[in-house]
Design a protein around this ligand. Structure first.
Ligand code: NDP
Ligand code: HSE
Length: 432
């Protein structure tokens, strides 16, 4: 691609992110020219509905009903894939563009989590960039930080709040006591949620992003299938209140860690101490912490979703391409990627918050304690909510460090008690 005078850009997908990119390039055309020494020009676009008002003019741009045709346009040097989905048109578009030796910029973490390694291989084969800063943590330049800024370090752990929608929901539930469903609708209206918001609330979107971060951090092929995933659907207002009483806040975290057993990748609600940096990252903000052997711990915070922040990351990738700044897609060339074993969540050791719903009968607490004793789990504190002979009450407890498998066995035994009314629930407590 000749990038000396003009970079000709085709934008496929004109929703929250795509329209945002057009707005930035229109607003900052002169700034971007000064920074890159070239003109960034949108030449072609693709969407489903040509007549939709997108709050930005499409005048003079070539329209494609079929996004894959946009990649074939000789007047397009760089293809932006801003449609979404791990299969179908998004993937076809990227494969076509890369095979035609066109650079690709995408915000599509689902695509990269599932097909990232094969697409990186294709980009490498055709000597073009596959750039995806917007795919992880919205406006935070975490891909650049891990791949370039921390290149002198062996990374031991990377974790964070990676989903703006979930963080928004948890913050609103905590601050307003609002109901999950209506808060999710607000997040959708604000352009934070995925086309299928179950990807957000069930932890899948966080897992997509975590799989990408893991590959960047540890030089492994992207391995989404090894991520343990739990979402926030089962987090209740009562859990949030109990967390506060114990000195914690609930956050959906993605954690990737090098252990003696292998790489641990897990996504689940966590209780984090209220005085930690991550506990105080609220609303749509994301935070990523990366621990390197020489740099120590580094923290990155910013808006994780929405038009402006996400489009900002896409434009940063376009600028890199315009300036011919190139890196292997996941930090190392494909031949240097090394698969590592997966550490099982069952061997995870930590403290746990447990919530039981039981009949308030004499001996219940003794039975519960006996189960924990038999599994060699020590209880740090225990609270009973309410007092009723005939109705169920909540018993919440916090354990000392225990092994996940032992906690799972204990909860399964308690569920089978005659005085147990609902499936016991637990939230992992993380020390950061
Ligand atoms: P939207 O749903 O707002 O936009 C999707 C766009 O894709 C729409 O313009 C739609 O067209 C277009 N589209 C759908 N199907 C086709 C098709 N077959 N051919 C051409 N165009 C098509 O999604 P977002 O902008 O929110 O997300 C886009 C991508 O960015 C996704 O991968 C998402 O995960 C990712 N992302 C989103 C973030 C956010 O905050 N929203 C943040 C980070 C990443 P039409 O408008 O005509 O219906
Ligand atoms: N749905 C995603 C989120 C968009 O809420 O974080 C940003 O990737």
């Amino acid at each position: 691609m000749n990038v000396t005078n003009k970079v000709k850009i085709g934008v496929a997908g004109l929703g929250t992110v795509g329209a945002g990119v057009l707005k930035i390039i229109n607003t900052h055309s002169e700034l971007l020219r000064a920074r890159t020494g070239t003109t960034l020009e949108i030449t072609a676009v693709s969407g489903r509905n040509q007549n939709k008002d997108r709050g930005v003019s499409l005048e003079g741009l070539t329209w494609y009903d079929n996004a894959v045709d946009l990649a074939k346009d000789p007047d397009v040097d760089v293809v932006l894939e801003l449609i979404g989905g791990s299969e179908g048109v998004a993937k076809d578009l990227c494969v076509t563009a890369l095979s035609m030796e066109k650079h690709v910029v995408t915000a599509n973490k689902a695509l990269l989590a599932i097909h990232g390694t094969e697409l990186a291989e294709l980009a490498e084969k055709h000597n073009v960039s596959l750039a995806y800063e917007a795919a992880v943590a919205g406006g935070i330049p975490i891909v650049k930080a891990l791949r370039e800024g921390l290149a002198g370090n062996a990374i031991s752990r990377v974790y964070g709040i990676l989903n703006g929608t979930c963080n928004y929901i948890l913050t609103e539930m905590e601050e307003t006591g609002g109901e999950f469903g209506s808060i999710l609708q607000d997040a959708q209206k604000l352009g934070y949620a995925e086309a299928d918001p179950s990807f957000d609330v069930d932890g899948v979107d966080t897992a997509h992003k975590l799989a990408i971060l893991t590959s960047l951090a540890f030089g492994t092929p992207v391995d989404f299938n090894s991520v343990y995933i739990e979402g926030i659907r089962n987090v209740t207002a009562a859990d949030i209140a109990a967390a506060e009483e114990f000195g914690y806040r609930i956050k959906l975290l993605g954690v990737s860690r090098r252990t003696a057993e292998g790489i641990e990748q897990r996504v689940h609600p966590c209780m984090v101490c209220t005085d930690t940096a991550i506990a105080n990252v609220s609303n749509v903000f994301n935070a990523v912490v990366a621990d390197g052997d020489f740099v120590d711990s580094t923290v990155y915070v910013g808006r994780g979703a929405g038009e402006g922040p996400t489009a900002s990351a896409v434009v940063a990738d376009i600028v890199d391409i315009a300036m011919d700044r190139r890196c292997p897609t996941f930090g190392v060339p494909i031949k240097e990627m090394t698969p590592l074993p997966t550490a099982s969540i069952e061997n995870h050791v930590g403290c746990y918050y447990v919530c039981l719903t039981v009949y308030d009968r004499p001996g219940v607490i003794a039975d519960v304690s006996a189960v924990f004793r038999d599994e060699d789990i020590s209880i740090e504190s225990l609270l009973q909510r309410g007092r009723s002979e005939s109705e169920a009450v909540s018993v919440v407890l916090v354990t000392h460090e225990a092994q996940e498998a032992a906690v799972a066995r204990a909860l399964s035994k308690i569920e089978n008690f005659a005085h147990s009314v609902a499936t016991p629930r637990m939230i992992r407590i993380v020390s950061l």
